[in-house]
Structures are given as structure tokens and as C-alpha cells.
Design a protein around this ligand. Structure first.
Ligand code: HEC
Ligand code: HEC
Ligand code: HEC
Length: 149
């Protein structure tokens, strides 16, 4: 009786374990992907101007455009906060404004979509799991210094 019970249920248990492992696997993959997102917080001027810092989702853009589009053609320097961006330039079609013009992507009137950071967040790039694991502010990420040129 007991053996029959086991025979009947064991495959079910194995399936359940396989399913759990699969789910756990997906979760691990997802969190690794997030760690790689590399969102750039740009806050050279925003806080001072009373706006939320800008969060630039680098990965989101990287899957849509080649590096060259932004870092060669549009002239973005490879440095968080290393481009002196402001709204006049953006509205003039430079930097974010070469795409966020209502044609390639939504226009500048959606302020909150770009100015979405937590007030006071320094200019930085979140590119490693370390940034996600440490207490915010416990480490001073190197690019933050770059932002305070
Ligand atoms: C496509 C993204 C984007 C949108 C949309 C956007 N901004 Fe900005 N904005 C930026 C970036 C990038 C900076 C530079 C951030 C920094 O260095 O602090 C900036 C800087 C600023 C600054 C400080 C520099 C300056 O130009 O005075 C102000 C104020 C500002 N934005 C206001 C706004 C307002 C108001 C709106 C909506 C009408 C808006 N922004 C929409 C990306 C955007
Ligand atoms: C849609 C535009 C866009 C594309 C495409 C893009 N980047 Fe960037 N990248 C940026 C912006 C904006 C910043 C931040 C600049 C700033 O803060 O002024 C940046 C920052 C960087 C930085 C500096 C991060 C740091 O540690 O300070 C590196 C490195 C970089 N990008 C590499 C790449 C590579 C490699 C690719 C292609 C796989 C790529 N980028 C594609 C816009 C882009
Ligand atoms: C080469 C073109 C290009 C440049 C340059 C560019 N963007 Fe974008 N961005 C896009 C496109 C395309 C989308 C997707 C628009 C859509 O879904 O309608 C997008 C979407 C976004 C989003 C929304 C992401 C999401 O999860 O939906 C944010 C925020 C954003 N951009 C901020 C910025 C900021 C800030 C800059 C400048 C530092 C910038 N972008 C520069 C093309 C660009």
C-alpha cells in the first residue's frame, strides 16, 4: 500500500521540484538581468533646478540602438554625468532631444518619464550587483565624483 502510494506520487513530486527549479532559474536570470540594466542617474543640474534627477535606462536603449548611434553620431561621452545636458540643448534636438522629439520617441513634454529619480540621488551608474546590495550611500560610486566636476 505504502509503496504503491510512493510509486504514484513520486513523479508528481519530481515534477513539482522541476517546476520550482525552473521558476527559481527564471528568477535568478531576471535578477541578473536587472543587475546589468545599468541605469544612469544624471543629476548635474536637476536637484539644483528643483527637478527630480534624470534616470536614463541604458539597457532599454542599448537593445534598441547600436552604441555608435549615441556614443559616436550623437556625441554622448562614455561617462555618467559626463555630458553637460540641459533642456535648451534637448529642445534644440541635441542629446536626448535627437530622439525624444515626438518622432523617434515621445517628446519632452513628458517631464516625469525622464525626471523620475529620487531627489538627492547623485550622478552615477548602477551597473553591478554591488550597487543593489549595499545600503544606499554606503559606497560612493566612482562616477559620482565625475558628476561633481
Ligand atoms: C527625454 C528626457 C527628458 C525629458 C522628457 C525632460 N528632461 Fe529635463 N533634463 C533631461 C536631462 C538629461 C537633463 C540634465 C540632467 C542633469 O544633469 O541634472 C535635464 C535637465 C533639466 C533641468 C535642469 C537644467 C536646465 O535645463 O535648466 C530642468 C529644469 C529640467 N530638465 C526640466 C524639465 C521639464 C520641466 C521637463 C518637461 C517639460 C523636462 N525637463 C523634460 C532630460 C529630460
Ligand atoms: C540611446 C543612446 C545610447 C546608446 C544606444 C548607448 N548608450 Fe551608453 N550611454 C548613453 C548615455 C546617455 C550615457 C550617460 C551619459 C551621461 O550621463 O551624460 C551613457 C553612458 C555609457 C557609459 C558610461 C557609464 C559609466 O560608467 O559612467 C558607457 C561605458 C556606455 N554608455 C557604453 C555603451 C555601450 C557599450 C553601448 C552599446 C552596447 C551603449 N553605451 C549604447 C547613451 C547610450
Ligand atoms: C537614439 C534615440 C534615443 C536617444 C538619444 C534617447 N532615447 Fe530615450 N528612448 C528612445 C526610444 C525609441 C524609446 C522608446 C519610446 C517608446 O516606447 O515609445 C525611449 C524611451 C525612453 C524612456 C522610457 C523607458 C521605458 O522603460 O519605457 C526613458 C526614461 C528615456 N527614453 C530617457 C532618455 C533620456 C534621459 C535620454 C538622454 C539622456 C534619452 N532617452 C535618449 C530613444 C532615444
Amino acid at each position: 500500500m505504502r509503496t504503491e502510494f510512493r510509486k504514484f506520487y513520486r513523479p508528481g513530486v519530481l515534477w513539482a521540484l522541476a517546476l520550482l527549479a525552473a521558476i527559481a532559474g527564471t528568477m535568478i536570470t531576471t535578477s541578473e538581468a536587472q543587475a546589468e540594466y545599468g541605469d544612469v542617474v544624471i543629476n548635474n543640474h536637476s536637484d539644483a533646478a528643483g527637478m527630480r534627477p534624470v534616470v536614463f535606462p541604458h539597457w532599454f536603449h542599448r537593445v534598441r540602438f547600436r552604441c555608435k548611434v549615441c556614443h559616436a553620431d550623437l556625441g554622448f561621452k562614455f561617462k555618467a554625468g559626463g555630458n553637460d545636458i540641459n533642456m535648451v540643448k534637448i529642445i534644440d534636438g541635441q542629446f536626448c532631444g535627437s530622439c525624444h522629439n515626438g518622432k523617434v520617441a515621445w517628446a519632452v513634454d513628458s517631464c516625469d518619464l525622464c525626471h523620475s529619480g529620487k531627489p538627492g540621488t547623485p550622478t552615477q551608474v548602477h551597473e553591478s550587483t554591488i550597487n543593489l546590495l549595499v545600503t544606499p550611500g554606503a559606497l560612493t560610486p566612482a562616477p559620482a565624483a565625475a558628476g561633481k566636476r
